[in-house]
Design a protein around this ligand. Structure first.
Ligand SMILES: Nc1nc2c(ncn2[C@@H]2O[C@H](COP(=O)(O)OP(=O)(O)OP(=O)(O)O)[C@@H](O)[C@H]2O)c(=O)[nH]1
Ligand SMILES: [Mg+2]
Length: 378
């Protein structure tokens, strides 16, 4: 019976067929006592996190050694986005007070592409500026800089929509997805702190069951924030963990449930299908769940983020994004490309490893960090 809930590991290859019946089939078929969870019914002997059988290597929670948190407000954004800002190099360009001509537009175009803004978004901005320059709208380079800032802000304002916890959904279920190592678990830890501070009661689900260390990592974040974590053993079925966690969070009256999942490559069809299964299993308990499918994207991956999002969106219907590691990259311009291509809300930006370094995504602060208004003494 337990074998039904074991599942292939990432190295089993992208298209390996699932070896057993789906969890939702079993959820429907298995008799359970009221309040008894799916895993209780079929996996009584599965090792749990507390079991001495589970090897728990040192969890990958690097925060205590991390740099100090970014300063509050716009200065924190500016400090942490300075690599992308340097890649853009527009500060140097405008302080030279350049002439308003095609060469200037070419330089801006190159700068935007260098910072990974991508071709479609860059072309749209340059064509807008070219048209307005021809119409003699700009008196000088400072006026053009102002228009460029406004175009950049306008591009990302529609996606700067913070995540709102709908209190009528109890629990409000957040399913976290993304490729390996992008910062999913760390982001959940940061969110747990934030939600708790906002007065929400919450629970975490350790849906990354590939590695015992992944469960322990989430557990550490849970302990640090005083938040309970629902876990089964390593190799448990991720959908079964999600099912258990939602049942438990619902019966205990929690406001929010955040489910972690194992990182997976967007090209691994079998593993991508598993996300659909997690989604369906959650829907068995609450047909409106999950209420947010939060995809975490590593800002350092640049344009590759677009194909990642395309595949995850097709597999599981992404409703919000977190772009992490913007502090360590010159490719932060990918945020504009994501906004233009998908229009999916960007909820948060990760600008460091500390728990405080998860910012609600703010269009003006973001553009201000890349292209300060006061450039060139204007
Ligand atoms: N500099 C920086 N590091 C970050 C940020 N977010 C996450 N990290 C680091 O990225 C590394 C990977 O983070 P995890 O949270 O383990 O990533 P994951 O997506 O859960 O990884 P898997 O579960 O293996 O797929 C850790 O060292 C984090 O500290 C960020 O915004 N800035
Ligand atoms: Mg993880």
């Amino acid at each position: 019976m337990i074998g039904f809930f074991r599942r292939k590991k990432p190295q089993d290859g992208p298209d390996a067929a699932p070896p057993r019946p789906s969890t939702e089939d079993l959820a429907a078929a298995l008799p359970r006592a009221p309040g008894e969870s799916l895993s209780d019914a079929v996996e009584a002997d599965q090792p749990t996190l507390a079991s001495p059988d589970v090897a728990t290597p040192a969890p990958e929670v690097s925060e205590p050694d991390a740099l100090p948190a970014a300063a509050a407000g716009k200065s924190g954004w500016r400090d942490r986005l300075r690599r992308t800002s340097a890649a853009l190099g527009l500060a140097g360009l405008f302080t030279r007070n350049p002439r308003l001509d095609d060469d200037l537009l070419d330089e801006i175009e190159t700068a935007l592409l260098t910072a990974d803004v991508g071709v479609p978004a860059t072309t749209a901005i340059i064509e807008d500026l070219r048209k307005r320059m021809k119409e003699r709208e700009f008196a000088d380079a400072q006026a053009l800089l102002k228009a460029l800032r406004a175009d950049l802000i306008a591009l990302i304002t529609p996606v700067a929509k913070p995540l709102a916890i709908d209190a009528s959904r109890k629990p409000f279920v957040v399913l976290t997805v993304g490729v390996n190592g992008v910062g999913k678990t760390t982001t959940i830890g940061k969110l747990a702190r934030r939600f708790k501070q906002d007065g929400h009661s919450l629970m975490l689900a350790a849906g990354d069951t590939f590695r015992a260390a992944a469960v322990a990592q989430l557990q550490t974040w849970g302990e640090r924030n005083g938040v309970p974590v629902v876990a089964q053993g390593q190799d448990a079925d991720a959908a079964s963990v999600a099912f258990d966690a939602l049942q438990s969070a619902k019966s205990r009256g929690f406001d929010v449930l955040i489910a972690d999942t194992a990182g997976r490559l967007h090209t691994q069809t079998g593993l991508m299908n598993e996300l659909g299964k997690i989604r369906r299993v959650l829907g068995k308990i609450d047909d409106t769940a999950p209420h947010e499918v939060l995809m975490v994207i590593d800002g350092t991956t640049g344009q590759n983020a677009l194909s990642q999002l395309r595949q995850f969106h097709a597999a599981v219907g992404v409703t919000g994004l977190v772009v992490t590691k913007l502090d360590g990259t010159a490719k932060g311009g990918v945020v504009f490309a994501l906004a233009r291509e998908f229009g999916i809300p960007i909820r948060y930006a990760g600008i460091g490893e500390r728990v405080e370094d998860l910012r609600v995504f703010d269009a003006e602060s973001f553009v201000d960090a890349l292209l300060p208004e006061a450039l060139g003494g204007g």
